[in-house]
Design a protein around this ligand. Structure first.
Ligand code: SF4
Ligand code: SF4
Length: 440
């Protein structure tokens, strides 16, 4: 099997051994969930329930009032206790707090959507939207927006990201082994919804069993090709995955659609499959709980809104004093200063480092080795973008294409002087975007 890849990238240790063979277990039923009304890029939802309301599983509790927005639904049955601003994984957000009655009564709106053959493209996209489906690789971008191809764009390919290139994470790997049919079904629905006739499922070659499993599930469908990718970070980043599978390049500042491609995660496809077959919106997901700071690493199916602290307790608790808590993978995930927060649709991993692992080495002066330039998958010169950012020269950082940085962290990983490259580039991006918004 030939292995596809992209230029640049790094080879961090995988650290997947602790959970790659752990079958997905259902997490304990939460007694209380905290569901943020904003879990993604775009506009927040508006609450459509009030304190004291009784809600059921799958009931819509937050309505999307903008195009780039996905509704949110209750993951339990019970009573709405509070609607208030609380700390969520991506910062402070308006949250709906629901106390579970433990009955798990399903809302009347949750019904199978019928045979895929009888659904029109428009109906499929409406189902995806109403089910609140977002990119489950971590970015949580509303999926119906990605699938709504404007008439002036010519999209002919869908790529499913099964690379799971972040170290430690094995949630997608387990999904591909344990429920490959739901992924293929969801992919076929996406293809019908966008009128696309070719699809790839890209999987890194450190998961040969997942490649086998997906090939088997897709064997009846000639239009779906399962491809092995070189194990290299960030193989699952959109532009890099598109290049690896199709050799097409997305122009600077452009979207995958400009290369005729839509990219989605395998878990997103599975959520679409589930929404069509059962009618259940996106209320739970598989999450990898791992790292040396966790006593019993696991893959758990967790309800959106479950307390991170409770999830960690189900994994035997902390192994000594935790040094660092990250939601997502170690390269692109978000560090948290407390475990008193809830899981969201994007919580692909809960990673706990020991204090020794978390200790950051003191940055030293740049030795001009050029390694960061050599490995940058976006073909940037991180050394310069970072230096301009650190000197508040954001206009110059923009000229050096700071906005094309995909925030993969490969430059910080490879730098022998341990320069805070990604952190400073992120600052430049934030400043450039803020200036652009102001001038509008
Ligand atoms: S500059 Fe951005 S895209 Fe390039 S390696 Fe660093 S984080 Fe990744
Ligand atoms: S990798 Fe680090 S030391 Fe080497 S050129 Fe880049 S910033 Fe300088």
């Amino acid at each position: 099997m030939s292995l596809l890849s992209f230029r640049g990238g790094v080879h961090p240790p995988h650290y997947k051994e602790a959970t790659e063979r752990c079958k997905v277990e259902k997490a304990k039923e939460p007694t209380r969930v905290v569901i943020p009304l904003q879990q993604h890029i775009g506009a927040p939802c508006e609450a459509v329930v009030k304190v004291g309301d009784k809600v059921k599983v799958g009931q819509k509790i937050g309505e999307a009032k903008a195009f780039v927005c996905a509704p949110v639904h209750s993951s339990v049955s019970g009573e709405v206790k509070q609607i208030t601003k609380m700390l969520a994984p991506t910062g402070e957000a308006q949250c709906v707090v629901i106390e579970s009655d433990g009955l798990n009564e399903v809302h009347e709106s949750v019904k199978p959507k019928g045979d895929l053959a009888n659904l029109s493209a428009k109906e499929i996209i409406e189902i995806v939207k109403e089910a609140g489906i977002v990119g489950m690789g971590g970015a949580t971008f509303p999926t119906h927006v990605k699938l709504s191809v404007p008439p002036d764009k010519n999209v002919d390919t869908i790529i499913l990201n099964g690379a799971e290139c972040e170290p430690y994470l094995t949630a997608d790997h387990r999904l591909m082994l344990e429920n490959p049919e739901s992924i293929v079904f969801g992919l076929r629905a996406m293809m019908k919804g966008t009128n696309v006739s070719k699809a790839y499922i890209g999987i890194e070659n450190n998961k040969p069993d997942a490649i086998e499993s997906m090939k088997n599930a897709a064997k009846e469908y000639n239009e779906i090709e399962v491809v092995g990718l070189q194990t290299k970070y960030p193989q699952g980043a959109e532009k890099q995955l598109i290049y690896a599978c199709t050799k097409r390049e997305v122009p600077s500042g452009g979207l995958p659609m400009e290369a005729g491609v839509i990219v989605n995660n395998v878990a997103t496809a599975s959520a679409i499959g589930n929404a069509i077959k059962t009618g259940m919106p996106l209320i739970e997901r598989i999450c990898t709980i791992t790292g040396k700071g966790i006593k019993e690493p696991k893959n758990l199916l967790i309800k959106v809104g479950t307390s991170i602290k409770e999830i960690i307790e189900q994994c035997g608790g902390y192994n000594g004093t935790p040094g660092k808590l990250i939601l997502g993978g170690p390269m692109m995930g978000h560090a948290q200063y407390t475990d008193e927060i809830c899981s969201t649709k994007g919580t692909s991993g809960i990673l706990v480092f020991t204090p020794e692992e978390a200790r950051l080495p003191e940055p030293k002066a740049c030795i001009r080795c050029g390694k960061c330039v050599e490995i940058c998958p976006a073909f940037l010169q991180p050394i310069y973008v970072s230096a301009y950012s650190l000197n508040n020269m954001y206009d110059t950082a923009e000229k050096y294409r700071a906005l094309d940085c995909i925030e993969c962290g490969s430059c910080s990983f490879i730098c022998p002087s341990k320069r805070p490259l990604l952190q400073s580039i992120r600052v430049a991006k934030r400043e450039i975007i803020a200036k652009k918004r102001k001038s509008k």
